[in-house]
Structures are given as C-alpha cells and as structure tokens.
Design a protein around this ligand. Structure first.
Ligand SMILES: Cc1cc2nc3c(=O)[nH]c(=O)nc-3n(C[C@H](O)[C@H](O)[C@H](O)COP(=O)(O)OP(=O)(O)OC[C@H]3O[C@@H](n4cnc5c(N)ncnc54)[C@H](O)[C@@H]3O)c2cc1C
Length: 414
C-alpha cells in the first residue's frame, strides 16, 4: 500500500460546520492547515443529515428585534448560505430566530470558504489511528481511498462530532448520559400548489389519522415540516427516531433501515389520502440519520448547565452560545430550557482544549460540555463560533492566551 507523509501546522479532523470554521480560523494564522473529512463532501450533519436550519446566530428577543450574536466568520458564512439558498431568517416563536438553508448550498459554501482560505483539503479521508508521545499527538494515520496517509501535525483540532482523536488515543471521555433522540430528514417533491401553512396542517392531520387507523406506526406522528424551505412543490420533513444505543452497531443499522421504511410509508400514505400529494414522491433523503450528541472528551474546563442558565461570563471566554437547551427525548418529547433574553453564556477556551493532550483542541458538538449544556451548544451557529475559536487557538499554540482577546473581538457582531 503506498504511503504518503504530510507535515502540517494544524490538522483539522472532520469537515462539519465546526471543522470548516476551524480550518478557516487556523489558516488566517498558521502556515499549513490540512482538513480531512471521511465523506466526499463537507458540512457534516448540516449536509449529510440535511438539518435544514441554522440556529444560534441571533439573540432571543420576544420583541422581535433581531440582533446577531456573531460577526466575523460565522456571520460571513451564514450570509453566504442565506443568499445562496434564497431564504430569509424565520421567527420560531418565543423570540427565537433561525436561518433556513438548502443542504447543497451548504456544501458549496463550505467548498468556497475552504478554497479561499488556502486549506489543504482531503476528502474521503478517515483518521484511523494516532501516535502519542509525551502527552502530545505526534502523528495521525488516515486512509483515503485505501491509501495510507500519515499526517504529522504541530496541533490537531478534533471536530469529528464524536471525539475520534480522544477515542483513538484512549484518552478520557465525559461520563455517558442518556442520549437525545435521533431524527431523519427527507424531502417530498411533486406536491401540488398549496400555501405552506395549509400544507403543514394537512400533513399533520393525515399522518395522525393514519396512525389512529393503524395504517402508519404511531411513531410516524413525530413528523415536523422544516420551516422556510417549501417551494416549487417540494417540502422538507424531519421524522423523530429513538436514540441509538451506542454500544453495538446493530441498533444504528436498524434505525437507518427503519427510517427509510417510514419515509416510504408516510409518502405512500399521503399519496393515498390527500389530493395535493397524488403525484408526490420522495425527492431526497439525508445520507445518514441525524444523531444529535455523541462522545465528548474531558477538556481543561467543561461547560455545565448552570453556566448556561445563569448566562455566565468568563475572562477566558472565546465563543458564546445563545440557543436554549433543546432536548429531544426518546418518546418524541421536546423540552426547551430558556435563559434570559438578549443575553448569552461564554464558552471558555478550556472547554476547547484537551485535559490529556497538550496539542489537541475541540470544536462543535464535541466540545467539553455536559449532556445538558451540549443541548444548547450543539447548534450550527455555536459550532461555527467554537470551531473558529478552536482553529485560532490551535494555530497560536503556546501563544494561545494572548490570542483570546483577539478571537472574541473578531467574533463580535459589527
Ligand atoms: C436531527 C437533528 C436536527 C438538528 N437540527 C438543527 C437545527 O435545526 N439547527 C441547528 O443549528 N442545528 C441542528 N442540529 C445540530 C447540528 O446540526 C449539529 O450539532 C452540527 O451540525 C454539528 O456540527 P459539527 O461540525 O460539530 O459536527 P458534525 O456535523 O457531526 O461533523 C463532523 C464531521 O466529522 C467527520 N468525521 C467523523 N469522524 C471522522 C474521522 N475519523 N475522520 C475524518 N472525518 C471524520 C464526519 O463525517 C462529519 O463530517 C440538529 C442535529 C440533528 C442530529
């Protein structure tokens, strides 16, 4: 098997929202930045699971005065997304705002910003092993199209969503807590013209009726229409699924299979029961089911629930979170825990830095945060912020402390 060796100032593992932001942040400060992504496209859950809306970019404000919480890269990226998707911010109630986007546009925006930043991108490239020496990650072994690649990085930013660097290095993970429910996203196309609100009402009514009559499983009632994306006879839906068990691959496989079966049954049922769906078909299905939270590593500090509920600020805060704690339980129940309007909590630099390995940083939905806290910090807007900050810290290395104030300054809304 041919072997390739690459030396990098910063290696970013995982090209989701956080990894893309980390690579761009690092590239503004470091010489060689390499980004590896196991899929053939960027965006992570935002594209592979077709999440469809960016949360966490605006302060919550019930008076409906929309105020951005981030400037800098998160703002630039979300502007590109909205322009490319031809959408606009949507009010969600309780003073929350989010940005609908088209998953393909998200992929394209990632390609653009990574290309512009001069990041060396390796797609279809999976990190499979690490060498540790003296409390540092010395080398990351990868496979790309059955070809071995070894990367020797000065610093690593793990944005894999699942703490893959810490898992491979056998470092410490935060204790497992009950996971949140998963979901699958799909699009139905070929719907006859109908106002969006009427469509939402019709779908809920018909799926409820079919569940009552026993023609659809009761779990199909956990169906939501994704706001802001209904256009030209095509609408996107999110269907709730149970949480995967984690220990065996079996449940995950079963969930993926079951998700497809339910999507097909719901679409067939709507075709039978509602005239506007007479010619409808499954237009698109996310490449993978969306699993909200995974393993998270032990950081130098950990974001806790009371940091969020009390909107705590810290001198070493490098990113912020504004979204409430949004918890989806296995039975489909959604619990939103709100904190003060027009306020935020700080995410400390230590939550983005490994307690075990001195050159390992974290971004996105796998920062060091409790299960309750990540229910807020996992949203895409916050992932763009923590990813970017982690990339900057990794590029600064030992000068990280001096860099903190410039990171927060650059992330402030202008
Ligand atoms: C069902 C569902 C609904 C959601 N709804 C919303 C919403 O409406 N709004 C919102 O803002 N957020 C939402 N979220 C949350 C949000 O989508 C994610 O938390 C966020 O996108 C995570 O970004 P990330 O970059 O941290 O991780 P991910 O998107 O998980 O990216 C990790 C990347 O790392 C790659 N990777 C993993 N392991 C390796 C490896 N060994 N080698 C190379 N690459 C690797 C993966 O392929 C992936 O691309 C939702 C999540 C789910 C599951």
């Amino acid at each position: 098997m041919p072997l390739r060796e690459i030396h990098a100032d910063v290696l970013v593992v995982g090209g989701g929202a956080a990894g893309v932001a980390a690579a761009v942040g690092a590239a503004r400060r470091a010489g060689t930045v390499v980004l590896i992504e196991r899929y053939g496209f960027l965006g992570g859950l935002a594209t592979a699971a077709m999440v469809g809306t960016v949360c966490g970019m605006y302060y919550r404000d019930e008076s409906d005065q929309r105020r951005r919480c981030y400037g800098g890269f998160p703002a630039e990226f979300s502007e590109m997304l909205v322009t490319g998707s031809e959408t606009k911010p949507v009010d969600f109630g309780k003073g929350l705002t989010f940005l609908p986007y088209r998953p393909f546009v998200f992929r394209m925006c990632c390609d653009t910003v990574i290309g512009r930043a001069g990041v060396a991108l390796l797609l279809g490239c999976t990190a499979v092993d690490v060498d540790i020496h003296d409390g540092k990650i010395l080398a990351v072994h990868c496979l790309q199209q059955q070809r071995s690649i070894t990367i020797y990085p000065a610093a690593v930013v793990d944005c894999s969503g699942d703490a893959c660097m810490t898992v491979l290095a056998a470092g410490r993970l935060l204790p497992e807590e009950p996971r949140q429910a998963a979901a699958t996203v799909f699009a139905i196309a070929g719907i006859q013209p109908i106002p969006t609100e009427s469509l939402r009402f019709l779908v809920i009514r018909e799926v409820k009726r079919a569940a009552r009559q026993g023609t659809l499983p009761p779990e199909c009632e956990r169906l939501y229409m994704i706001p802001g994306l209904h256009r030209n006879g095509c609408a996107y839906f999110k269907l709730g699924l149970p949480a995967p068990s984690g220990d065996t691959g079996h449940d995950y496989t079963e969930l993926e299979r079951c998700a497809r079966e339910r999507i097909a049954s719901i679409t067939a049922c709507l075709r039978r029961q509602a005239a506007v769906f007479a010619d409808a078909f499954v237009g698109d299905v996310a490449a993978q089911i969306g699993i909200r939270t995974g393993s998270r590593p032990v950081g130098c500090t950990t974001v806790e629930e009371d940091d969020i509920t009390n909107c705590r600020k810290y001198d070493d805060g490098v990113a912020i979170g504004v979204w409430p704690m949004e918890r989806w339980d296995d039975d489909g129940t959604l619990t939103m825990t709100y904190f003060a309007e027009n306020d935020h909590y700080d995410i400390r630099a230590g939550a983005l830095m490994s307690a075990d390995y001195s050159n390992l940083y974290f971004g996105g939905r796998m920062i060091s945060a409790s299960e309750a806290a990540i229910a807020s910090a996992r949203v895409i807007g916050t992932c763009l912020g923590t990813g970017w900050a982690a990339g900057c810290l990794a590029a600064a290395g030992d000068d990280g402390a001096d860099t903190m104030s410039s990171i927060t300054e650059q992330l402030k809304p202008k």
